[in-house]
Write a protein that binds this ligand. Structure first.
Ligand code: PMP
Length: 351
């Protein structure tokens, strides 16, 4: 077809499966196994549905202000979006706009190369070390921007604040984005570096630690200048990204700091137990500071384990990609879900 020569062709990101049948133990997309805060449930109950007649606040002030208060920054330093995927996509569009390649690790969130492709951004992948770590010296090369998650996905590996600062310091002419989707599960946030670097953008999400994946709330915090540039792009694409309902729910989740701390702590305790149990089953994995463990087994192909678990209605994540095709990314569920996982793995490994 002639018109097809004008089509923007991309190989899309493949999200983890969201099976619609019941009875599944879902450990494949790093969701929180616990429900959102009761404060969120209350907000949903009290929501004035007649207000849906109106467009929402294009500046999402309720949520932006709540985030500014929670993280001790100015409202003008906060940008919100429809999940951090939306925030990251806009950040790619806004900041990675030169001719030099954007740098990110070879083993990382598999959306980065998709955004680079769809936004026509040149990029270069930088191999992680043998044990999946970042070498700061690898980021002392010509680039048009830098992004990586900390802790990294799908490995769960956490880099130090010192390493991150080294990368930012070495790149004053690039925007450096640190994707902190999993930071609340034990990592050290680099938000503390913001006063020193106006080229640092920190991106976080409500999808994991705040149990709101379904509400789609993500945010970025950075210098006022960075946030202004992102807003200019956002308001050039879609003014009304956040519904009032999602802003209210997000603000309610932030207010309930006790619930947040308690659920995160439960997941950390379950994760530490999982490290022990998976080790007993013969698995190895890089030490995880996130709500998942990236495990491989010396005796069984990861693809086989993945299929066998699926037959038993336990979903984990598997990628048939170089360097990671012998590992499963297992989201930390409730202790009960994890017991079912260990029992299934023990049975499969016996065969
Ligand atoms: N960054 C990383 C590293 C992730 O793993 C995810 C979850 N898929 C996201 C960002 C996006 O999450 P969300 O859009 O739900 O905020």
């Amino acid at each position: 077809m002639g018109w097809e020569s004008n089509v923007r062709r991309v190989i899309p990101y493949t999200p983890g499966e969201q099976p619609q049948q019941s009875g599944i133990i879902k450990l494949n997309t790093n969701e929180n196994p616990y429900p959102p805060s009761p404060a969120v449930i209350q907000t949903l109950r009290e929501f004035d549905s007649a207000s849906l007649r109106l467009y929402p606040d294009p500046e999402a002030k309720i949520l932006v202000n709540a985030l500014a208060e929670t993280y001790g920054v100015k409202s003008s330093q906060v940008f919100v979006g429809v999940g951090s995927d939306d925030v990251l996509s806009i950040a790619f569009m806004t900041f990675f706009n030169g001719n030099k390649p954007v740098l990110f690790p070879d083993v990382t969130y598999s959306f980065y190369d998709v955004w680079a492709e769809v936004h026509r951004i040149p990029y270069r992948v930088v191999p992680l070390t043998e044990d999946f770590r970042i070498n700061a010296d690898d980021y002392r090369q010509v680039n048009g921007g830098i992004i990586f998650p900390n802790p990294n996905a799908p490995t769960g590996v956490m880099e130090t604040l010192a390493l991150i600062e080294e990368v930012i310091k070495a790149n004053p002419d690039s925007v450096v984005i640190i994707d902190e989707a999993y930071i609340d599960f034990g990592g050290m946030s680099c938000l503390s570096l913001l006063p020193k670097y106006d080229n640092l953008l920190v991106v976080q999400t409500f999808s994991k630690s705040r149990s709101l994946a379904g509400m789609r709330i993500g945010f970025a915090i950075g210098s006022e200048k960075l946030i202004q540039y992102m807003n200019d792009v956002k308001f050039s694409v879609n003014s009304y990204t956040m519904t009032n309902l999602s802003c209210l729910c997000g603000a309610a989740a932030l207010r309930d700091a006790d619930y947040f701390r308690t659920t995160v702590q439960k997941i950390i305790v379950t994760r530490e137990a999982a490290k022990q149990r998976l080790t007993e089953l013969g698995f190895t994995f890089p030490d995880s500071y996130s709500n998942f463990i990236f495990a491989s087994h010396p005796d069984k192909e990861a693809s086989l384990l993945f299929e066998e678990l699926k037959k038993r209605k336990i979903y984990v994540r598997y990628w048939n990609k170089p360097r990671i095709d012998q590992s499963l990314r297992i989201t930390i569920g409730t202790p009960e879900q994890m017991e079912a996982l260990y029992a299934a793995l023990a049975e499969i490994l016996k065969k």
